[in-house]
Design a protein around this ligand. Structure first.
Ligand code: 4AD
Ligand code: MG
Length: 464
C-alpha cells in the first residue's frame, strides 16, 4: 500500500481505467450482498464519491467489519471501468486499511437528510456532509476569484488591522479588546475606567471595517482592497447577520460614485460567472437539494444590468406600492430588509443599486451632495439577500469632513490621522464593502448565513 501515492477522488474520476491506485477518504455508505460489497468513498475533493468494490471471496466480512459510515479508510486496487450506472470508474479493492473507525451507534451522521439546524449543532462534523462540502469548496473558489479579479486589475491587497482604536462606521457596536481586570479595572478620579493603563494605552476594539485604513493606502497606492474578518457586536439574530464576518473592501483613488458602481457591478458579475465556470458540480448539488432556481438565478444576474436609482425615488416606489410593511417607510428612514426585497424581488425583479441616501442614516465619511440632505452613498440590493454591498464616494473636503465629525459629536482626536489625508494631497476617491457571506448566500442559495461560514459567531453562539 505504501508503494503508491494517494490520488484524490476528483483526479481518479477523470482518469482512464487501468492502473493500480491508492485512495483515502471517509465512508459514506456501504451496501451489497454475500458475494460483493460496495463502498462509496468521499475525500472532500469533490462532491462525487468513488465506488470501491470488495469481492467477498477475497475479503471476508470480518475484515470489513470496521468499514462503516464515517470511518476513514485507505484502499489500494485497480481503477476499472464501472459496469454500474452513475460513475465511469471504480476501484476493485486489493488491500484495505482502516485509518479511523466510527462507531455506528454514536456517529451522528448515519442517515442522509439531517436538517441544517441539527447540523449547526455538530459544526465539527458537518463539513463531512455533501452540503457543507459544496458550500466550503464554493467559499474557497470565491475567495480565490476575489484575489484574481483585483490582481488582474492592478489592485493591491492591503492588510488592515484587526485591533483598532477607532469606530469606522460610527455605529458603536464594537467588541472591546482589553487586558484590564474587568472585575476591578483602574479608575480615574471621576470614576470612569482609566484606559491609559490598558494594554494599548487607550481603549481598543475589534475592527468593524478596514475602510479608514484602506483610504489611507488608496491615497498612496491608487487602487487597493482589503479582505479580512470584521466584527459587529449588534444583537442581530437574523439569517443575514453574523458577529464575525468577512468583508472585501476595495478603495480607489480618483473614482467617483459612478466608477464605484461600475466596479461593484462588474465585480459581483465576475464572481458569479466564476462560480458558474468553476463550481458546477457543487452548484448542481445545491440546486437539486435546496433551491431549484439557483443556477438560473445566477445566470440571470450575470446577464442583467442592475437598476440604478436614487433613494428618494426608491422610497416613493415603496410608499406607492400599496404593500403593507411591518415597518412603515417615509423619506429619511433606513430601509429594512422587507423594503429592499420588495424593490428587488417584486418591483424591478433584478438587482438594484440605491444611491444618494439621507445623510443622517449614513456614516460620517460619505461625500455630501449639494442639496445638503443626501450623501453620495450606494448600496447594492440583491434578490433573497437585501443589502449585499454598501459603499460611497468619500468626502474629500477637509472642511466638510470636519464639520460632519463635529455634527455627529465624534471624537476628532481618535481620527486625526484620517482627517490629515484631506489636509495633504486630498483627492476624490470611492470604495465599497462586500459582505463575503452575503455573497455566498446568493451564490450557494443557502437561506441562513450561519450555513455559509465554517464556524459561525452570533449572539450566544461561539461553539467550535
Ligand atoms: O454597509 P456596511 O456596514 O459598510 C461598511 O462597513 C463600509 N465601511 C464599507 C465600505 O464602504 N468600505 O457593510 C458592508 C457590507 C454590507 O453590505 C453587508 O454585505 C456586510 O458588509 N455586512 C454584514 N454581513 C454579515 N453580518 C453582518 N453583521 C454584516 N454587517 C454588514
Ligand atoms: Mg450598509
Amino acid at each position: 500500500m505504501e508503494s503508491h501515492k494517494r490520488v484524490k477522488v476528483s483526479e481518479l474520476l477523470k482518469r482512464d481505467p487501468g492502473a493500480e491506485v491508492l485512495a483515502k477518504g471517509w465512508v459514506r455508505t456501504k451496501r451489497g450482498n454475500k458475494n460483493i460489497c460496495f463502498v462509496a468513498l468521499n475525500d472532500g475533493s469533490t462532491v462525487k464519491n468513488i465506488q470501491i468494490v470488495f469481492d467477498l471471496s477475497v475479503f471476508n466480512e470480518e475484515s470489513l467489519k470496521e468499514v462503516t459510515t464515517g470511518a476513514c479508510i485507505a484502499v489500494t486496487g485497480n481503477l476499472v471501468a464501472s459496469v454500474g450506472s452513475g460513475q465511469s470508474v471504480e476501484i476493485q479493492a486489493k488491500e484495505i486499511k482502516v485509518l479511523g473507525s466510527a462507531d455506528p451507534d454514536t456517529y451522528p451522521l448515519q442517515k442522509k437528510g439531517h436538517s441544517l439546524e441539527f447540523l449547526r449543532e455538530i459544526g465539527h462534523l458537518r463539513p463531512r456532509t455533501n452540503t457543507f462540502g459544496c458550500v466550503f469548496r464554493i467559499r474557497h473558489s470565491m475567495a480565490f476569484a476575489i484575489h484574481k479579479f483585483f490582481n488582474e486589475k492592478g489592485f493591491f491587497y492591503l492588510h488592515t488591522p484587526i485591533i483598532t482604536a477607532s469606530d469606522a462606521e460610527g455605529a458603536g457596536a464594537m467588541f472591546q479588546v482589553t487586558t484590564l481586570d474587568i472585575s476591578n479595572p483602574p479608575r480615574k478620579e471621576d470614576g470612569s475606567i482609566d484606559y491609559s493603563q490598558d494594554f494599548f494605552g487607550k481603549s481598543a476594539n475589534l475592527t468593524v471595517s478596514g475602510q479608514l485604513e484602506g483610504e489611507l493606502a488608496a491615497l498612496a497606492l491608487g487602487d487597493i482592497y482589503t479582505f479580512g474578518p470584521t466584527f459587529r457586536a449588534e444583537n442581530s439574530n437574523t439569517p443575514r447577520h453574523l458577529s464575525e464576518f468577512w468583508m472585501i473592501e476595495p478603495e480607489m483613488a480618483f473614482y467617483e460614485i459612478k466608477d464605484n458602481m461600475d466596479l461593484a457591478e462588474e465585480f459581483i458579475k465576475y464572481l458569479v460567472q466564476y462560480a458558474l465556470d468553476n463550481c458546477m458540480d457543487d452548484l448542481q448539488f445545491l440546486n437539486d437539494m435546496f433551491d431549484k432556481e439557483l443556477i438560473e438565478r445566477l445566470k440571470s444576474v450575470v446577464s442583467t444590468e442592475f437598476v440604478r436609482l436614487p433613494y428618494t425615488q426608491g422610497v416613493e416606489i415603496l410608499m406607492n406600492s400599496g404593500q403593507k410593511f411591518e415597518y412603515p417607510v417615509s423619506w429619511g428612514t433606513d430601509l429594512q430588509s422587507e423594503h429592499e426585497r420588495y424593490l428587488v424581488e417584486k418591483h424591478f425583479m433584478k438587482p438594484v443599486i440605491l444611491t444618494d441616501y439621507p445623510k443622517d442614516i449614513k456614516a460620517f465619511y460619505m461625500k455630501q451632495n449639494d442639496d445638503g440632505k443626501t450623501v453620495r452613498a450606494m448600496d447594492i440590493l440583491f434578490p433573497k439577500i437585501g443589502e449585499i454591498i454598501g459603499g460611497s464616494q468619500r468626502e474629500e473636503s477637509l472642511e466638510k469632513l470636519e464639520r460632519r465629525i463635529d455634527e455627529l459629536k465624534m471624537e476628532r482626536e481618535t481620527l486625526w490621522w484620517y482627517v490629515e489625508t484631506r489636509k495633504f494631497g486630498s483627492a476624490p476617491h470611492s470604495g465599497f464593502g462586500l459582505g463575503f457571506e452575503r455573497l455566498l448566500l446568493f451564490v450557494t442559495g443557502m437561506a441562513n448565513i450561519r450555513d455559509v461560514i465554517p464556524f459561525p459567531r452570533a449572539p450566544k453562539n461561539a461553539e467550535f
